[in-house]
Design a protein around this ligand. Structure first.
Ligand SMILES: [Zn+2]
Length: 420
């Protein structure tokens, strides 16, 4: 019997063998406010059913509330202090270069998918943006029917690199645009097609936050997107899967009454106080595709590269309106469970309605024309939905009710609580 197979241990957590397929969906930027709004409107019947018949809480994600750290938390079942991916970027203090943190060599520990695949499970990882693909697929043996690809590069899949080819034919859709809701829907449609074809034990489907950056929960575009998501979640459940829904981070409006972003230009403030080149502000939200948020988020790091000490830098920042917390390296790692060897001298987090940038001249806000700035990164965007389509057993009811649930336990709850 499937349930009698040995436990699979990953990074210190033991997982039972799932009797049913488990599909974990990361709704990128899926702030609980969207689900709240559309539940009230009665337009997401499948999610409503999951919440009523399965399991639902608002959980706490990894801070900084960015995409890479939270995807890695979910796929490894650990906090950032263990998996090491504490931002989308960090500063290499030896070279002075900002390093993008998407390399699989930077990810510490194993992924849940890899360990299950090694134990003989059939696993699938599909991500909207290709930047996450290599870390999500770290160590995964793609020669035994396991699959890892992105919808961004769905037209370029090979058996060697992705464990699948001809994905566009499989899904029956053209390659979706990089900046579109279709990029996310393609992920779900591909997952559905794969599950229709044959049994899969574990799937991780990671979407993109294009819609949530652009549209508030009250806007029609957001409603339409969630209705499309909801239909697909319903289909996955119909195929017999335990569907587990969470988000990498929430999303907040950070514009003023005139529609202009509320920005603290932190590098400019520090340069004025200590002189140019004395400190280095890194915005770890930055990635190659910044049109929809101007590389502005609610969490930045400051490295002291000159005379100013961390204590002096902290003093200079503390009084600035819109700052929620200023922490030194040790405090930041203790409070937010972050890896010390990749942490800056000072961590700065803004309030829910304010964001933090580096030097004003380095940020291109032209992509925001005509839109209010909606972004994330701080503690105020770390609340995320945590919903299972099936009820959890008594053991996990207890675990779920004991304090604030961390979203990196989504696979554990779905597998051990609902599917084992
Ligand atoms: Zn994200």
């Amino acid at each position: 019997m499937a349930s009698e197979r040995p436990l699979v241990e990953v990074n210190g957590t033991r997982y039972r063998w799932p009797r049913r397929p488990v599909v974990v969906v990361c709704i990128d930027g899926g702030d609980p406010a969207y689900i709240q709004q559309f539940l009230e409107e009665g337009v997401i019947p499948n999610i409503a059913k999951f919440m009523k018949e399965g399991f639902a809480v608002v959980a706490e994600g990894t801070v900084p509330s960015f995409t890479c750290p939270n995807n890695m938390s979910m796929i490894t079942g650990t906090p950032a202090s263990k998996h090491g991916i504490s931002g989308n970027y960090y500063l290499d203090v030896k070279t002075g270069e900002a390093i993008v943190m998407t390399g699989p060599e930077l990810l510490r520990g194993d992924t849940i998918l890899k360990k299950f695949a090694d134990a003989g499970a059939k696993v699938v990882s599909i991500t909207a943006k290709d930047k996450l693909r290599k870390q999500l697929g770290k160590g995964l043996d793609l020669s035994k029917g396991n699959i890892s690809f992105s919808s961004e590069k769905a037209d370029k899949c090979t058996m060697a690199e992705n464990g699948i080819e001809n994905v566009l034919e499989l899904v029956g859709q053209p390659l979706p645009d990089m900046y579109s809701e279709a990029l996310s829907l393609f992920v779900l449609d591909a997952g559905i097609k794969l599950l229709e074809k044959e049994r899969r034990d574990l799937m991780f489907l990671s979407l993109t936050d294009y819609v949530q950056h652009k549209y508030a929960p009250t806007e029609g575009e957001a409603r339409r997107f969630y209705q499309e998501l909801d239909k697909r979640f319903g289909r996955l459940a119909e195929l017999g899967a335990v569907v587990a829904l969470t988000a990498d981070h929430g999303m907040n409006d950070k514009s003023n009454a005139q529609g202009k972003p509320n920005v603290i230009w932190l590098q400019d403030i520090l340069d004025a106080k200590f002189g140019k080149g004395d400190t280095r502000v890194i915005c770890p939200i930055t990635d190659a595709f910044v049109a929809h948020h101007g590389a502005l988020g609610g969490f930045v790091r400051v490295w002291c590269t000159g005379k100013a000490t961390p204590a002096q830098v902290m003093d200079a920042i503390r009084g600035v309106p819109g700052i929620e917390s200023v922490l030194d390296k040790r405090q930041a790692c203790a409070v937010h469970d972050l890896p010390e060897d990749r942490e800056a001298d000072v961590v700065v987090i803004s309030t829910h309605d304010v964001c933090i940038g580096g030097a004003e001249q380095d940020h291109d806000l032209s992509g925001l024309e005509g839109h209010r700035l909606r972004t994330h990164g701080g503690v105020s965007e770390a609340k995320v939905p945590f919903i299972l389509s099936a009820p959890v057993n008594d053991e996990y009811k207890l675990k779920g009710g004991a304090g604030i649930l961390k979203s990196y336990r989504i696979f554990e709850f779905a597998i051990n609580g609902a599917a084992a």
